[in-house]
Design a binder for this molecule. Sequence first.
Ligand code: PRE
Length: 375
Amino acid sequence: MATKLKTPSITSSSHPPFANKSSSYNINLTTANTFPIQNHPITSKISCCINTAAAAASNPQSYNKRPLTSTDFAGNSKDGAGTRVAYQGVSGAYSESAAQKAYPNCETVPCDQFDIAFQAVENWIADRAVLPIENSLGGSIHRNYDLLLRYRLHIVGEVQLSVRHCLLACHGVKLENLKRVLSHPQALAQCEHKLTSLRVVREAADDTAGAAQFVALHKLKDTAAVASINAARIYNLNVLAQDIQDDSDNITRFLMLAREPIIPGTDRPFKTSIVFSLDEGPGMLYKALAVFSLRDINLTKIESRPQRKRPLLQPVGDSDGMNPVYRHFDYLFYCDFEASMAAPNAQNALKHLKEFATFLRVLGSYPMDINLVNF
Ligand SMILES: O=C(O)C(=O)C[C@]1(C(=O)O)C=C[C@@H](O)C=C1
């Protein structure tokens, strides 16, 4: 079981060089640290960017600046140039690699929490957010399913990455010196066998690269991090072991989110993600899934999550409403299927589902990722 990282933890307020600098997330720390950290994660204090903008407006030098055009908001050039992509973690996180796979020349924007990445897009600080949603070893990342519903962003793409974990430590530290290993809980879970064989204490960090940064920053002699080979380079750590995930096929699927949906096409394979809820009753879920099978639509994923705001189903009781009995938990069903919303069979399937679903929302219709990339 992973436990939460002990103090000093990896947050902006804990690093003196970062303190009071949250008005910009582009801070070059090469003079304050022994390894380069170009971007400091944005935190919940994102409103300060607005103050920065106001300050710039009152600065006479800003008269020379290029006027904003509609392309500044679009952020959708083919190679990602000019697109700011928010991700949870710090430089070297797998989410950053996912962003770079989707938008090769993008500017990545580190954020300290998933919520902040959503808010960065909603508040126009970033054009896209990238979000890990499921892993072939660890399963679904439930928190992100819940956030998809809490915010009103649209899924505009997906990326699949082959995730290859390394065990990283400060130079001179050997495997036998290790007492503790830090990483993102998903990454720790993906390396269960290796970590069990090492007999080390596991501690959770916000992201894999953040764990590597922590080990390097504090020059820890008894602690390693599970992170990417990129993180080893960025934080100048030694690679004690490579490919330590339980299975060589360790794939994480990420979603790309934007303020506006993309126009679905039929020119290439598309996937559509929806979320719905149903009344209680025998065969209700069977009936819901049949709307797809009747039209030969392939379902690729189904995930159920409890309804937080309405945890129990409507009460069943006497006909006069007396003595209500709450029977079961109420669930939301998240489904992915292989069809574009531009295709008539997908439209008909959702029209059919809407006839009896108690709630239905299309989260996005987007091109499928069919190329795997190693990181
Ligand atoms: O910590 C990171 O580097 C992340 O990008 C997060 C994350 C995840 O949440 O699943 C992404 C890919 C790997 O599966 C492990 C961790």
